[in-house]
Design a protein around this ligand. Structure first.
Ligand SMILES: Cc1cc2nc3c(=O)[nH]c(=O)nc-3n(C[C@H](O)[C@H](O)[C@H](O)COP(=O)(O)OP(=O)(O)OC[C@H]3O[C@@H](n4cnc5c(N)ncnc54)[C@H](O)[C@@H]3O)c2cc1C
Length: 325
């Protein structure tokens, strides 16, 4: 059994920012991460203070890990399988991806933590076409708040289900009027008022399943091809498919509350969930899904984790550890 003051689950932007703060408070901190979350596969952040030319998620994560390690934070590249509460402590089990895939019971780590910060994120639903990871984040986009500006005067095909497509089209009109909507689910027809909206803005719409995208360079999709052979000219695809998964289970298994959309509810000030000792930050929490918001929440959670731990004494690394605080 390994003992830590704080375990952070997830090393995306939210988890790493919390780790940097907690390391600097001198708490014994472990970050467990299975890799390749949303921060990792964002090719360029264009809206982050200090990076006028943009910065890739992979670069931020690399820098963030190095920075946290400087302050004594440990890292474990594993999947957290389960978490339970025993008295005031959390018992966490983690395993390497390889053993999880093989269904092996070997190499399981048991970790005990006084506090946990859950920063496990969410995952987008990708359009169901071959080679999607080649395009994802480059020419297949997911977040108007992030990438709307990059669409100025571009030819954009929106892929969605039912009213999701036209609703996103309304948002994207701020940047381009060259829009086409594809409804991939014929069981979910688009409502009359949305059809009238698209007609009034000259937005063509199709209903049909996707077959494949054509695009030599990952930055540009030249054509969207449907299963019935329809070919739609394009430069960027925008997904209105929403989220495939929200990684809340480790928290909800302990009784943490989620909102109607399935995101974790936290105290707005402290970021603690309704489970004492369990904090949550980043995209897994109900908020606007932006990298700097995940970072801000990571910092805020760390501040309150520190306050809560300090009620019980000083960090072991402190020179005054043996004295009553
Ligand atoms: C294509 C794209 C472009 C974007 N562009 C922008 C932009 O321009 N500007 C902007 O502000 N935001 C942008 N965003 C949003 C931004 O990337 C996210 O808000 C941010 O990455 C969220 O960080 P996070 O730490 O909450 O989650 P993540 O970065 O997803 O990290 C979660 C981590 O937890 C790990 N994890 C999950 N479950 C477990 C488990 N059981 N055990 C161990 N580890 C686990 C995952 O593997 C992952 O590494 C974009 C998102 C996407 C997808």
């Amino acid at each position: 059994m390994q003992d830590y003051d704080v375990v952070i689950i997830g090393a995306g932007a939210g988890g790493l920012q919390a780790a940097i703060h907690l390391g600097r408070y001198r708490w014994k901190t472990l970050v467990i991460d299975k890799g390749k979350g949303r921060t990792f596969y964002t090719p360029t952040y264009h809206n982050l203070l200090g990076y006028p030319e943009g910065v890739s998620g992979a670069a931020l994560l690399h820098q963030g890990r190095q920075q946290a390690k400087q302050f004594g934070v440990d890292f474990m590249n594993k999947i957290v399988l389960s978490m339970e509460k025993q008295g005031d402590h959390f018992l966490i089990t983690a395993q390497r991806r390889k053993e999880v895939i093989e269904g092996s019971a070997e190499q399981i780590d048991h970790i005990r933590a006084r506090r946990v910060v859950l920063a496990t994120g969410i995952m987008d639903e990708h359009p169901d076409v071959p080679n999607i990871y080649h395009y994802a984040g480059f020419s297949v986009l997911y977040c108007p708040d992030c990438d709307g500006y990059e669409l100025i005067d571009k030819k954009v095909v929106i892929v969605g289900r039912g009213n999701g497509g036209p609703s996103l089209a309304k948002t994207l009109l701020a940047w381009t009027s060259d829009l086409t909507v594809v409804n991939i689910d014929k069981e979910k027809p688009i409502r009359e008022d949305w059809l009238a909206f698209m007609e009034s803005y000259g937005i063509p719409n199709y209903t049909g399943e996707l077959d494949h995208f054509v695009g030599e360079q990952r930055e540009t999709i030249e054509q969207v091809v449907l299963k019935d052979g329809t070919t739609i000219a394009c430069e960027k695809v925008f997904s209105a498919l929403g989220m495939h998964s929200k990684h809340t289970k480790l928290a909800t298994d302990l009784g943490a509350q989620v909102n109607d959309s399935g995101y974790l509810i936290v105290d707005p000030r402290t970021k603690e969930t309704n489970v004492a000792g369990l904090w949550a930050v980043g995209d897994v929490v109900a908020h606007s899904q932006q990298v700097m918001i995940a970072m801000g929440e990571g910092a805020q959670a760390a501040i309150w984790v520190n306050k809560s731990l300090r009620k019980d004494g000083l960090p072991e690394a402190s020179p005054a550890y043996s004295k009553t605080p």
